[in-house]
Design a protein around this ligand. Structure first.
Ligand code: AMP
Length: 228
């Protein structure tokens, strides 16, 4: 892979954790608080599916089953996105890497442009809690703000607090059966990355079972420390 467009000094952060750990929610907060760019391979793949691109056509059924999309497709999509100018501000990788092959490809990509990972932050949660969190979640179709039936309902039902849109979107893969497969894929293919980054001295663990605001403030402190 060629180098990325993120300059040497700009932070590169990874959010690790199972589906439902809050990676997307927290990445959005870090994006707002630190001016970083959230790169979610799940969002990029859903956009490719919606646009009907070749990669999207290949990814669709895999995503519906809860398995992981091929490293080849994901790496191509991520590399294109990293080359866009806004990534020069620094990035938070949300849902990437998810396999050792992806982690090694990212290392190479960053090495080629003289960069390093500032931290791989593991959001630690338990599986039972994940199913509850995923089952109740939805997103504003207008601005992407995340909500939850129990933990973060909009002030006015079905209306976005941030942009006022009434178009709320629930993900097709947020059903009990697919969630079980996604958790299985996480434990088999992604959890080993915790040791991978620990071995590189880049791992930071965060208890992510508490409320969104408390976790955001823990993460903010970590990001300030590792980006200094
Ligand atoms: P997410 O939005 O991160 O929960 O991802 C939704 C789905 O997209 C996953 O269940 C996978 O099928 C696919 N996906 C997202 N990111 C990756 C990745 N880094 N590697 C492989 N598949 C991915």
């Amino acid at each position: 892979m060629d180098g990325s467009n993120v300059p040497d000094a700009a932070p590169v952060l990874i959010l690790l954790g199972p589906p439902g750990a809050g990676k997307g929610t927290q990445a959005r907060k870090l994006e707002e608080g630190f001016g970083l760019v959230q790169l979610s391979t799940g969002d990029l793949l859903r956009a490719a599916v919606a646009a009907g691109t070749e990669a999207g056509k290949q990814a669709k059924a895999v995503m519906e089953s809860g398995a992981l999309v091929s490293d080849e497709i994901v790496l191509a999509i991520l590399k294109d996105r990293l080359a866009e100018p806004d990534c020069a501000k620094g990035v938070i990788l949300d849902g990437f890497p998810r396999t050792t092959v992806q982690a090694e490809a990212l290392d190479e990509l960053l090495k080629a442009s003289g960069q390093r990972i500032n931290a791989a932050i593991s959001l630690d949660v338990d599986d039972a809690e994940m199913v509850t969190r995923i089952a109740g979640r939805f997103t504003c179709g207008g601005c992407g703000e995340g909500y939850h039936d129990t933990f973060k309902a909009p002030v006015v039902a079905e209306t976005c607090d941030k942009c006022g849109s009434t178009e709320m979107v629930r993900r097709a893969d947020d059903n009990a059966e697919t969630v079980a497969s996604r958790l299985e894929a996480y434990h088999a293919q992604t959890a080993p990355l915790i040791d991978y980054y620990d071995g590189k001295g880049a791992l930071v663990r965060v208890d992510a079972m508490g409320d969104i605001g408390a976790i955001a403030s823990d993460l903010g402190a970590i990001v300030s420390r590792v980006s200094a």
